[in-house]
Design a protein around this ligand. Structure first.
Ligand code: 5GP
Ligand code: MN
Length: 339
């Protein structure tokens, strides 16, 4: 169900004659939906003559760099001074594809303190409610779907151009698992059909996103599946843990581990999978499940995280081994849910 708050306020600002200073931000290590919805919104807003800046808290996967206006995006970690200034001086800050400010790392206090109107467009569960204006729906397949709905809602559907359409299609494609999850509703296909009518070529986008692997990524996936996957049949679960040395050996960069967690989930009988990676600053954990197992609840209880029912993430400040132990303990404590 769509959750709306104060939409009239933002409609006036966008469609009024005064140019606004607008920052669009999204969660750290943005994925196809995070960056796709940000740039999809960007290509709409600039048509009004607003000054629009997309700021990502961190870098992001190389297979997203083709997106129209990708070269205008600032990575906060590399543009700290001008990003601080833009956030402090913004009239509007769009927060896309996250609902808790700790998802934007060092940008959290800056966004919190900025006097800008904050607009949340998001589809995650358990919102923190930090924003002034809300356009959220946890049943939406992607934030990109909500950006399309938002622009339509305020009467500007005709302003969605081909640049915007390519970005929004990317968000829907990636967050729907290529249109396979149950959240792929009839509405999602209607929106996709409108984007295709605007000139989006489905195969082109699919190839840009999914057929852009590097050799080392494919060898790393092979290594993980062959040598690192641990099967836990008593829990219908499996996990892969990755050390810092392994990341170095395979020259893993942002995006190289994307999707790896889904491979064990395709094994018959497996209903829950964890990918646990030692990212030096912290140990990052991704959980995926099938059916009724709500991994967002497990992530929030055990790993300071959250997300969606069947796809969530979190982290731990312990060592890799300690995190694996916590994961195993989590399985033991929740055995009844896993059978
Ligand atoms: P991934 O495992 O691909 O990083 O994330 C899967 C899902 O979980 C995404 O929807 C993402 O937004 C959410 N997620 C990942 N890490 C965290 C986290 O640390 N905290 C919260 N609240 N959500 C997360
Ligand atoms: Mn999303």
């Amino acid at each position: 169900m769509l959750r709306l708050k104060n939409i009239e306020l933002v409609k006036e600002k966008i469609q009024g004659s005064a140019p606004q200073k607008i920052v669009i931000t999204t969660h750290h290590k943005p994925d196809g939906d995070a960056l796709g919805s940000s740039l999809g919104l960007y290509h709409y807003l600039i048509q009004y003559g607003h000054q629009v800046q997309v700021i990502s808290p961190t870098d992001y996967p190389y297979n997203l760099a083709w997106m129209p206006a990708n070269d205008t995006v600032w990575e906060f970690e590399k543009t700290e001074n001008k990003s601080r200034e833009a956030i402090a001086n913004a009239d509007l800050i769009f927060c896309l594809d996250f609902n808790r400010l700790n998802r934007i790392n060092q940008m959290e206090p800056l966004v919190k303190e900025s006097k800008a109107l904050k607009i949340l467009v998001d589809h995650h569960l358990e919102p923190e409610n930090f924003e002034d204006i809300t356009f959220a729906d946890t049943s939406a397949v992607a934030t990109a779907e909500l950006i399309y709905t938002f622009i339509t809602h305020i009467g500007d559907e005709q302003k969605i151009n081909i640049e915007s359409a390519k970005c929004l299609y990317t968000g829907i494609l990636t967050d729907s698992g290529s249109f396979r999850f149950n959240s792929t509703t009839p509405t999602v296909h209607i929106i996709a059909s409108k984007l295709i009518a605007l000139g989006v070529k489905p195969l082109d986008i699919f190839e840009l996103i999914y057929d852009d692997n590097t050799e080392n990524r494919m060898r790393f996936i092979g290594y993980c599946m062959n040598k690192k996957m641990v099967m836990l049949p008593e829990y219908n679960a499996a996990y892969i843990s990755v050390t810092r040395d392994e990341l170095k050996e395979y020259k893993i960069t942002t995006g190289d581990t994307e999707g790896l967690v889904n491979y064990p989930l395709s094994i018959k009988g497996i209903k829950l999978v964890a990918l646990i990676i030692d990212r030096t600053e912290r140990v990052k954990l991704s959980l995926r499940s099938k059916g009724d197992i709500a991994v967002n609840e497990l992530c929030s209880q055990y790993f300071n995280g959250g997300g969606h029912k069947n796809a969530s993430g979190g982290h731990s400040n312990g060592t890799l081994d300690e995190t694996v132990q916590t994961f195993l303990q989590m399985l033991a404590e929740n055995k009844n849910k896993l059978n």
